[in-house]
Design a protein around this ligand. Sequence first.
Ligand SMILES: [Zn+2]
Length: 155
Amino acid sequence: MNIFFYFIIFTIGILFGSFYTLAVYRIPRKEDITHTHSYCPNCNAKLGFFELIPVLSYIFLGGKCKHCGEKIRARYIILELLSGTLFVIFALILGLDVYNLDIKSILTFAFFALFTTYIVLTLAIYKEHKRVEKSVLYYGIVITIMYMVYLYILK
Ligand SMILES: [Zn+2]
């Protein structure tokens, strides 16, 4: 059962990785990150449901856009897999066990995911645009305050 549980954590990590690439592309362009449908940055074709599945769609499409044939950058899939691996490593460090899940380790894991999101977005956007996005910074401040409140309540 734990292997299945860790596979789910790996999948969640991959979904976060997929969100990172989308957010790093869209936030500096002031595009909506939650409502706008994903599209190919080359031909602007909207992506269908199966093209939105991280990693698998890349493999089935042979690393190319179905509509224009433009190569999808391999770093997307690498980032998704790295993110999945990182989530599994952190779950292992926390000793997450599907038979002994307590609210404290679940929340610690959730904060790990939120902080990782903050760090990845800040560094990646800085690397590409040499600036820090205000919205990402505010997000970082909000989760830091949430974490401090959480630690305070826990005591
Ligand atoms: Zn395309």
